[in-house]
Design a protein around this ligand. Structure first.
Ligand SMILES: CCCCCCCC/C=C\CCCCCCCC(=O)N[C@@H](CCSC)C(=O)O
Length: 569
């Protein structure tokens, strides 16, 4: 090939790449319904009264701690149960609501809708919290004190705002006479923090034993309304978890030889294990960017970014390695692109002058959906590369596949629209839940599993999860209640409003109606988007006259003046 031909080929390749890059950059724009913003002045806005605030604080003061599987504060769970019972009298006495206490502490509410042809949906949350080291907190973790408009307490964002928010919304709706069309369930597990095997799993079994086969969608805790987490985007980004990372907890064990510390061996069990752990920390797993829900997330968000970032994010096939490097720099973004590794426990030795007879460490991986448990085990074994370190699986769960997040996916769009009614300046996008939830116990009921917590977060707040100074602002708690209010109201509809163009006009009126002047017989429904679509000449004449009457009737000042035919005037 001559130099000229080479140049022409290179220019052709670069031009083709440029065209692909630009086409992707300007065509990846997600659906954006027009939603009616929820305003504090709205007649159905639920205001954070003193009473509402006090019962939330009371719920936070009850230390429903889970320590390990089967080990949780049973008395406190019972106390929280009676607090809920007292705080929400309408919910607990409504003929539309049935409450079942499952496995002693979990709660399953069944809310009966009038239209049994609509598939019910499921809202879930958990009653338990993780322990807290009180001395490290600014304010005591189980006092729920308020400082600078924030309520500080263990469980404030994980996840008693969900428990109380859902019940506040339901209490309000029922007290206003709300009678749902669509039935729904509310499931509160009592041991989510220790895998939910006693609580959520039992709720799921109860639903199965009742013959429930399917729910329309499930909404559990999850991602949040994030400010400043995603490089290049200034406005809040509300991520709806459509997938969930798996987890793998490995136990590393080294058998040593006890003896007098004055005559040490070359290496002790602790030394051998420390080297293994150090190798694990020094060798993070590779980036999986582009192979999981994070790809969809970035493509959804690209149009919100400045041009250069938009080009990069719309074309991960080309710029993936740069983005991977960039995202690896901070823990929250690093968590979405790879399987992460945390050495969470290390034990060995009994006395300062005794050589340790053994040492144990635990490694907790959160697994990217594109990788298998086996791959991670093999990777760790190869990195440690020392047969003296025994590796066994303590606990595991495979990652959850991505739930649908398309234009017509009812659950996703209901959640997305409800978010945007509350956080009107936020953009929503599908994301990957980096922690774990109780949703694993409900996966047989639906593919439409979504994970979103109505929590507003700023950089640094991620450390409050399971850390110190967990808190929520009063305003955010009010938003959480109203978010669940809109979820319940929006999900009560048969169809997404977005199935017609009406969604683009929603800001102008609540009075939106859908009717085609078409006469149909059984079987004609297949003609829609099918074959042999047709209309009779007579029907077309009727359609013209129907619109004639719509225009002339709507021209009246009020309903009283409506006439039947112009010749009757
Ligand atoms: C670019 C996007 C970055 C994403 C940033 C995320 C910021 C933080 C948002 C949400 C954090 C979610 C983590 C909290 C998980 C809460 C639930 C929980 O703790 N579950 C337990 C379950 C134990 S059972 C194995 C868990 O350890 O995961």
């Amino acid at each position: 090939m001559s130099c000229k031909q080479l140049c022409i080929t290179l220019v052709a390749i670069c031009s083709a790449l440029l065209v692909i890059v630009l086409v992707r950059t300007f065509t990846l724009v997600p659906r954006k319904d027009v939603v009616i913003a929820c305003k504090t002045a709205d007649s159905d806005f639920i205001k954070l009264t003193d009473q509402i605030l006090k019962r939330f604080q009371k719920a936070l003061q009850i230390d429903t701690i889970s320590f390990k599987r089967g080990e949780y504060n049973r008395d406190q769970l019972l106390l929280l149960g009676s607090h809920l019972q007292k705080s929400f009298p309408v919910v607990h006495s409504s003929p539309l609501v049935k409450l079942d206490i499952i496995a002693n502490y979990s709660r399953l509410y069944t809310i009966s809708g009038s239209n049994t042809s609509l598939t019910p949906y499921l809202l879930t949350a958990h009653l338990d919290v993780v322990p807290a080291i009180a001395e490290e907190w600014e304010l005591p973790p189980f006092d729920a004190q308020i400082k600078d408009e924030f309520i500080y307490a263990r469980g404030a964002i994980d996840f008693k705002q969900g428990i109380m928010g859902i019940l506040e919304a339901l209490e309000y709706l029922l007290s206003k006479g709300f009678k749902p069309n669509r039935s729904f369930y509310i499931g509160f597990g009592h041991d989510e923090e220790v895998t939910g095997v006693d609580g959520a799993r039992a709720i799921s079994q109860e639903l199965q034993s009742r013959g429930l086969k399917q729910v329309e969608f499930l909404l559990d805790e999850g991602l949040a309304v994030l400010n400043g987490f995603i490089p290049g985007i200034k406005k809040p980004v509300a991520l709806i978890g459509i997938g969930e990372k798996g987890f793998l907890t490995l136990k590393l064990y080294v058998k040593g030889e006890a003896g007098h510390s004055s005559m040490p061996l070359k290496e002790t069990a602790i030394g051998i294990l420390a080297k293994a752990v150090s190798k694990i920390e020094d060798n993070p797993l590779p980036s999986m960017l582009g192979y999981g829900p994070e790809k969809e997330m970035l493509e959804h968000l690209a149009h919100e970014m400045p041009l250069a970032a938009r080009i990069v994010m719309s074309n991960l096939w080309l710029f993936g390695p740069i983005v991977s490097w960039f995202f690896s720099q901070k823990p929250p973004t690093n968590a979405i692109i790879r399987t992460v590794t945390s050495v969470t426990m290390f034990n060995g030795g009994v006395k300062t002058n005794v050589l340790p007879s053994d040492a144990t460490a635990y490694i907790n991986h959160r697994i990217h959906p594109a990788q298998s448990l086996q791959e991670i085990m093999d990777y760790d074994r190869a990195v440690i590369n020392d047969d003296r370190v025994q590796i066994s699986v303590e606990d595991s769960m495979v990652a959850a596949a991505g739930s649908p997040s398309g234009e017509n996916d009812f659950g996703y769009q209901i959640i997305s629209n409800s978010i945007r009614q509350i956080w009107t300046n936020a953009t929503t996008a599908p994301g990957m839940m980096i922690g774990n939830t109780d949703t694993k116990h409900y996966k047989d009921f639906t593919k439409n599993i979504y994970r979103f917590s109505p929590t507003v977060m700023f950089p640094g707040d991620e450390k409050r999860f399971h850390g110190v100074n967990e808190r929520i602002s009063k305003n955010n708690y009010e938003q959480a209640i109203n978010f669940y209010y809109h979820i319940i109201v929006n999900a009560d509809k048969r169809l997404l409003m977005g199935n017609t163009d009406t969604r683009h006009y929603a800001m102008f009126t609540k009075n939106i109606y859908r009717f085609c002047p078409t006469v149909m017989f059984l079987g004609d429904e297949k003609r829609f988007h099918g074959i042999n679509e047709r209309i009779s000449k007579k029907n077309y004449e009727q359609a013209i006259n129907f619109y004639y009457h719509v225009i002339t009737n709507a021209d009246q000042r009020s309903l009283i003046n409506i006439h039947q035919h112009s010749d009757e005037l």
